[in-house]
Design a protein around this ligand. Structure first.
Ligand code: MN
Length: 471
């Protein structure tokens, strides 16, 4: 198992990039093109959202801009698997492999992303930046990889943050208490800015890799290289030391400013609510580099692309984390109803009583966003919410099988939490290891698998019925 998938290549041998993925989507009828000149305010997001389960969409001349916008690069798990050239059943294993055996990037001198350089920065004039959900504070860059350097070691971190356009060259950014915030804290304590780059328009594998729940000082771009089957080519920024993917469409070079906070938000987020307005970190942009005919990628906040994008890497990492301690764990799913972040279904081959409760505690420790865990047996399809509910309905007793932990760390974006202080709930919905022969025996109609409706049914039901109920 876990044999590496074939490397993704353009026909001309060039590194995989966003253009390659768009051509692949178009060739398989999964790319729509909107009419020219759609408004960047609300309308572009509305059309994208309408298509979020159907196809990617390209917007030519949005708001009169020369640069087109693309949205919906992922519409479901299968499109994510396709972007990495793996069957959907091997998606998590492929991602786990890449995290286990990262492939370091290499530095190059010439980069398509530096074909054009702008040093006079007016973000809304230079880029087609949409406003997405109704009560967002304004236009946001939502699909940029934020690359930051550890100020002491130069090791890079890659993550995605919501970026509010706060002025011509200013961006308000939400930094959750993870790696970018850690690096910024190191710089700010010395009174220094943190050098960063915002990278827009990359191959889906790079976006997925940025969402890996990696340890501090693990460069997510090494994981991207392993996903692609070849090292990512990186180039040094023109105005700072950050290295960025050479085959990206657009790069904003800048700094997170020390000892400065400005209002950011509200912004429509993955829990399907607005993240609040508060004083947050500020980025100043020093330069913009881009391809000659650049494409701008946007993600509608809380849309399907946003959910799926977070789902796969988190599942892979949670599965890896759980399997390290619990060999009985077979698969995990972050369910749609749980916003692909908060509710986890764990499928196990149960070997001993009590173990599901240990697995529940392990899952809570795997990521602070995980708020509810349901453990089910291997005969329950975790892609089907009805199956999971059925397991809870018939294999779970609240006084015996429920785990509650009070006052733990949770998601600050969960509006029912106390500013991120959250309770955790675990449900052991597995059947006992030892059962009587028909106890917990799932009903089954013999022969259903072999039924062929083409031969089992008559072709003309109206005619047949008139013979059966003849007057
Ligand atoms: Mn990281």
């Amino acid at each position: 198992m876990n044999s590496p998938a074939p490397a993704l290549r353009n026909d001309d041998g060039a590194p995989p990039d966003l253009r390659q993925w768009l051509r692949q989507l178009a060739a398989t009828d999964r790319l729509a093109v909107a009419r020219s000149g759609v408004s960047l305010i609300d309308e572009l997001a509305a059309i994208s959202k309408k298509l979020e389960n159907a196809s990617a969409v390209v917007f030519p001349s949005p708001g009169g801009h020369a640069i087109p916008v693309v949205a919906n690069l992922f519409i479901d798990r299968r499109s994510v698997a396709d972007s990495m050239a793996v069957p959907v059943g091997q998606l998590l294993a492929r991602f786990q492999n890449a995290v286990r055996r990262p492939l370091p990037w290499i530095e190059v001198k010439d980069a398509p992303v530096q074909e054009q350089v702008h040093r006079e920065i007016d973000l809304l004039k230079l880029l087609p930046i949409p406003k997405h959900n109704e009560h967002d504070s304004g236009p946001y860059i939502t699909a940029a990889l934020l690359i930051a350097r550890n100020p002491k070691t130069g090791i890079q971190n890659v993550s995605i943050h919501r970026c509010q356009i706060s002025g011509a060259d200013r961006i308000g950014v939400l930094l959750l208490p993870r790696h970018t915030r850690h690096y910024f804290g190191m710089a700010e304590r010395e009174g220094l800015p943190l050098e960063i780059a915002l990278v827009i328009g990359v191959h889906p594998a790079l976006i997925l890799a940025s969402q890996a729940i990696a340890a501090l000082d693990e460069d997510e771009m090494h994981i991207a290289g392993a996903l692609l089957g070849r090292p990512v080519e990186m180039v040094k920024c023109l105005t700072n030391e950050v290295r960025v993917p050479a085959h990206a469409e657009i790069v904003l070079e800048g700094r997170i400013l020390p000892r400065l906070r400005e209002p950011e938000g509200p912004f429509g987020e993955f829990p399907q609510y607005y993240g609040d307005r508060a004083d947050r970190e500020v980025i100043r942009i020093d330069a913009l580099t881009r391809r000659r005919h650049a494409i701008f990628h946007t993600i509608v906040g809380g849309g399907m692309e946003h959910l799926v994008l977070g789902e796969i890497p988190r599942e892979a990492t949670l599965l890896e984390h759980l399997q390290r301690s619990f060999p009985s764990v077979r698969d995990v799913r972050l369910t749609r109803g749980g916003t692909c972040r908060y509710h986890l279904a764990v499928q196990i081959e149960k070997t001993s009583e009590g173990e599901p409760k240990n697995i529940i505690m392990g899952a809570f420790a795997g990521h602070y966003d995980v708020k509810q865990v349901v453990v089910v047996d291997a005969d329950v399809d975790i892609d089907d919410p009805n199956e999971i509910e059925w397991a809870v309905a018939t294999r779970f007793q609240a006084d015996r099988d429920l785990v509650i932990i009070r006052g733990a760390q949770g998601s600050k974006l969960d509006p029912s939490s106390d500013n991120g202080i959250s309770a955790k709930m675990g449900l052991d919905a597995t059947k006992p290891v030892a059962t009587g022969p028909l106890e917990f025996k799932r009903i089954h109609v013999k022969g259903i698998e072999a039924v062929d409706l083409a031969t089992a049914l008559q072709q003309e039901p109206l005619e047949a019925l008139s013979r059966i109920i003849a007057d």
